[in-house]
Design a protein around this ligand. Sequence first.
Ligand code: PBG
Length: 324
Amino acid sequence: MGFPVQRPRRLRRTALLREFARETDLSPADLIYPLFVVPGRQVRQEIGSMPGQFNLSVDEAVGEARETRALGIPAVLLFGIPETKDAKASGAYDDDGIVQRAARALKKEVPDLLVITDVCLCEYTDHGHCGVVEAEEIVNDASLELLAKTAVSQARAGADVVAPSDMMDGRVGAIRKALDSARLSSIPILSYAAKYASAFYGPFREAVQSTPSFGDRRSHQMDPANVREALREVELDIEEGADMVMIKPALPYLDVIHRVRAAFRVPVLAYHVSGEYAMLKAAEKNGWIDGDRVLMESLIAMRRAGADRIVTYAAREAARLLKG
Ligand code: PBG
């Protein structure tokens, strides 16, 4: 029984019908906004390759967070650029470190905003790697202790959720154990479970000055050619105690989002990363695409693939567009 009885265009004729037949929705409540926090006061420095995104001192970040909440966005993801970097990533687990100071200020000034903190060492090491380095190798097990200390210190400072992004084996288990011993058993872990070794992170590394001084991240981040391995990573992280999992980047990995969402019963997040944002902004600036429409189409595609929540630098403009 095909045409002329079947006419799919019937449900597309008017805006009202299209809205009624829509399968997927997007709202500001689905979005998470990343913030880059730096030392100092009244610092607001635009990141060259990420137009509209800034390195912000804590006081400025508080203002930004307040506006973000007012737009209906429930959460921010904090990254920090410390005063100094060293081989042991001391700034990451310093109770008075930049992320810790920002978390404390945000929980005090904007209490109804969820504060998620990125747990990684690459912003804090002088070599820009995500773990302890010996003879140009990133040493897995020695890195776990530092990552666990970082997560505990961030949670003590007020982080509502900790989000390990380093891709060391066993880090979720190590962080869970350390949080539990520190009487922080109620703090959830959002694991960047399937994080690919991606060239789409370029602009982010400019923002936090974490480009590795030698080598790359291919010994711990995933090969873009693999998807069954992503399912394995997610499975292991959930076993170790991850409460939520993230796939990263987003648009080039919609199949991974889809498969993870189908196979597991924890919330699935997508990270619409810096390079995806930079490409959108560059093409928009050149007048080559309608930036607003490409943005909304990209975000709805991530939702359709199965992302429950989306981390995006475009969260605030998306929220404004959704309000109309
Ligand atoms: C590691 C981290 C990275 C990103 C988020 N957490 C960079 C990396 O792995 O090199 C990338 C985010 C983006 O590109 O937007 N701390």
